[in-house]
Each structure stands twice: as structure tokens, then as C-alpha cells.
Ligand binder design. Sequence first.
Ligand code: HEM
Length: 458
Amino acid sequence: MTWSQIYNSDVISFNTFGTTTIVLNSREAATELMEKRSRIYSSRPPAPMLRELMGWDWTLVFQSYGSKWQERRKLFVKEFNVSQPDRHRPQEMKAVTTLLENLSHTPDDFLAHLRYMAGAIIMEVAYGIEILPRGDPYIETASRALDGVLHATVHGAFWVDYLPVLQYIPDWFPGASFKRKAKIWKEYTVEMLNKPYQEVMSHLASGNIIPCFVYNCLQNINNKKDIAYQETVIQEVAGNLYLAGTDTTVAALSSFFLAMVQNPEVQRKAQEDLDRVVGSGRLPNHDDQSNLPYVTAIMYEVLRTQPVVPLVVPHYTTEDDYYNGYFIPKNSVVIANVWAIDHDEERYPDPNTFNPSRWLTPNGSMIKSHRRDIMVNFGFGRRICPGMHMGLSSVWLTIASVLSTFDISEKIGENGKIVGVTGEYKPSSHNHPTPFECSIKVRPAKYEKLIHSLSTPE
Ligand code: HEM
């Protein structure tokens, strides 16, 4: 973003070992190239560290544009279709209710509770697996595998991505620590892909049917085609859900908690709306969303001020192209700088201020045209996030439910002094705040009863 300002251009490029990287710093440039010309801007760069060495070549997220990717994406989109917005709501409601109960018992562990909640939704939607409250083996394996991905997807983190020949040096060679790391991460990757899928298969073999993404897809297998191949595709697509859907949700919600500590007046206003619309006898649900525009605006402002994937996932050109007099060669890495787009002063005056009202009309209703503005956080063109509806739905429900039942504020330490928050973020391809402490207290006692009554079976 700074380079774009220095050179006074929304399109900048640099060259590393012969690879051209183009960074698009405006919504106009990103929309023109990645959406309107998405036929040639929809591949992914070769990533030897991730795909060859760490074994992620089966993932939708990192796959090159082509028939293999198209086939997997089609299967994914069928399950997460916008025309069935309520499809995964039961799993979301269940996981959010557990989150509220966990927060009421051990509020200091809120980051772990958020991770558990996001994992619980995904494992149930994908495999019908109910995860253990602590130390779940599936979640632990998947988190370790994902940890490797987050390291490897920081643009420029590993030299082997610029000099693919390095992948062939032996593991013991000086400077080959990336190969040793990749080997360990690969074991987690393979386990993450196989273990939960095998559990579904063994349930099915014993006649125990739990509806979920894998089961739904297996039901639709075409017996006239190669069955083993179709099963492999289903297994691979299911593996994408945890990879793409958990950490993104956790990043958005961690930023939400931080924003509430930093903006108490915003929190109070949302709670007034929630109390008026929902009352105190029940928790909010998705049907309340249209009556709670300020809560939706808080979600939008969280995603805008701290975009979850600030540089999106890099795209890759498959043909030469020209844009505004610039030549863009085939095989260029193209990055949409969503951070810059979300902090564009013309579109968002005073862009660093957390101001949910910017998404609303003076009488407090949502400005409809803004929906497209927030969508840039989910990427562009043919690669746009296919899980965005579920992502928005679970993030909204969590924000509304947490604000209904808890007050989030700065923590008072044992010495009676305020434990401040730095507001710093970790360097990673996903944008997480550095771990911080805050006070999370149940609002009036009646809410405490409500939380427990919802999660305790009668
Ligand atoms: C707040 C939540 C989320 C955010 C901000 C987010 C953001 C993104 C972004 C920026 C991309 C890259 C798009 C591009 O390359 O242009 C992406 C891709 C993807 N996301 Fe999400 N995502 C979220 C939640 C989810 C969820 C819940 C799922 C699954 C249920 C999911 C599944 C995927 C998949 C499979 C891809 C790869 C698509 C492809 O390469 O064709 N995401 N997401």
C-alpha cells in the first residue's frame, strides 16, 4: 500500500528470480482484472513448498485453474449454495450455544473457545463428527497441518517457491531445514485428509448414518462412472472445509473481541438494539438479522478494518494481458491488496476509525450497495470464497449471541490496574491479533440461566 502511494499507481509490480508479481491496490483494478477478465486471472502460482513438499496438491485453494479444480469446486458449491442459506444453521446454533456456555465458565480461554467453536461447526458439517471439548485428535492434527500452511503461504516465506530446483536438494544439506519442516507438516496433512473420512466410512459400514457433506456426496455417486475416483474427489473436497473454513472464522471473531474492548460505545449501542429486538428470554437467531442492522454493520466494520486475508490468496495469469498501458505477462503472480482497498480514504473516510455507522443510512438501515464492498474480503472472480455465506452466517450469529449475553471490556489485573490491549497483529497470511487479555462477563443474571438452560438437556 505504501509503495502504491510512493509511486502514485494502483498497480505495482516487482520481480523475484524471474517471477513477476503484480499487486492491485484498488477495487477498480482488482475488479477489472480478476473479475471481468477472470478467464485468464484464475490460476494459482506454483507453490513447490506447499504442493510438492508438504503434500497439499489435492486442495481446492491451491490448485491450478483447470478441470481438476473445476470438478472439486462444483461439488463444494453444490453444498454451500447461496440458495440454501439455512442449510447449516442447526450446526452453527449448536456450536455458538456451546461457545456461550464455555465463555461463562472460563472466559479467559476465549481464544481457545472460538477455535473450538469454528472446528465444531466444520467437523459436523463435513463429517458429522462431534468433536471432544478438549484435546480432540482431529482438531489437533488439523491445527498442526494448518499451522504449516499459514507459514508457507506468507508471500516469499520460502526460497524454494522462487527457486523450485531447491526441492531436489537432499534433506541433510545445509540450508535444507525447509525440507525437514515440510516432511513433518506433510504427515499431519495426510492424517487430516484420511482420518475423519475413514471414520465416516466406518460409520456407514456399520449402518450408522449421520447426514453430513461426505454422506450427501456419497449418496449422489454415479455408479456408471469410476467409483473409487469419485470417492477420492469427495474425500479431498471435505478436507478443504477445515483448511479454509476454521482459521478464517477464528481470525474474524478474534478481531471482533478486540474491537469491542477498544470501542465500548459501539458495544453498548449494539446491546441496546439486541435487547429491544430480541429481549432477554431467548438468544438471537438468524431470522433476527434483518432487524439488527447495527450488529451486521459491526461485522462489516470488523472485516474491513482488519481483513481476514489481507492479500487474498494469490492468483496467477494463464495468458499475456495489457491493462492501462501496462504489460502483464503470462505466469505472473497477481495479488489483490484487500487491505489497501478496505482502507481507501475516498471510499471510507477516516479509514482507521472503527465506525459501524458508515455502513448505515442516517435512519439506521443497511445501505444495500455496501454488500458488494464487503465481498472483496472474500476474493474475486472464479476463485471467490465458496464458503462465504456460511462464514458470514456463523460470524454474525456469534457476534449477536455474544453481545446479547456478555460485556467485553478491558481486564483489571490483580494489582487493580487496567491490562491494556496493544492492538497488534501477527505476521501471517491470515490476520490474527496477537493474543490479548480482556474481561468477558455475563450480563444480568437472567442471561446466565438462559445460557445454561439452552445447553443442558432436559
Ligand atoms: C470470515 C470467513 C472467511 C473469509 C474472510 C474467507 C476468505 C477467503 C478468501 C479471501 C479466499 C481466496 C479467494 C480468491 O482467491 O480470490 C477464500 C477461498 C476459499 N474459501 Fe474462504 N473465507 C472464509 C470462510 C470460509 C468458509 C467457512 C469456508 C468453507 C466452509 C471457506 C472455503 C473456501 C475455499 C474452499 C476457498 C478456495 C476457493 C478456490 O480456490 O477456488 N471459506 N476464502
